[in-house]
Design a protein. Structure first.
Ligand code: FEO
Length: 162
């Protein structure tokens, strides 16, 4: 069954959202490098790579369905933050936003009775649950330990092992 133009358009928009996410995390990584927080920089660099994978998975899906992929312009990310807590709170909020986008895509696929796209999107639904959990746990840790230099340094060392 041919994929609809509206689903192709929505997935192309999501490809942009995933590349935008990648750049947001790359900028967060650069911020942490500048702060001397190598573990957090490493964690964000891995997150950047994951977002590129998310984008490519959508790209390949459209190829498989014989649809046209439009490689998007990537938005310039924010490059300054107050502190580590501010960065991870922003990352958590961003993941909640991405989850809402994925849910909208699922809804659209359900409304259009596009069962292949519904099945494909299940991976992203699960992935978003994990991404929200990962970022919110770091926010909780920073809030619990106090977001002072000592706590940030401890969490930085822990995040180096991602
Ligand atoms: Fe691709 Fe972090 O959502």
């Amino acid at each position: 069954m041919k994929i609809s133009d509206s689903i192709v358009k929505a997935i192309n928009e999501q490809i942009k959202a995933e590349y935008d996410s990648a750049y947001i995390y790359l900028a967060m990584s650069a911020y942490f490098e500048d702060q001397g927080l190598k573990g957090m920089a490493h964690w964000m660099k891995k997150q950047y790579a994951e977002e590129v994978e998310h984008a490519e998975k959508f790209v390949n899906y459209l190829y498989e369905r014989g649809a046209r992929v439009i490689i998007p312009e990537i938005a310039k990310p924010k490059d300054d933050y107050n502190d580590a807590l501010d960065v991870f709170q922003t990352a958590y909020k961003h993941e909640q936003y991405v989850t809402s986008r994925i849910y909208n895509l699922v809804e659209q696929a359900v409304n259009e009775k596009d069962y292949a796209t519904q099945s494909f999107l299940k991976w992203y639904v699960d992935e978003q649950m994990e991404e929200e959990d990962n970022t919110s746990s770091i926010v909780n840790q920073l809030e619990f330990l106090g977001n002072d230099k000592h706590s940030v340094y401890m969490i930085d060392r822990e995040l180096a092992s991602r």
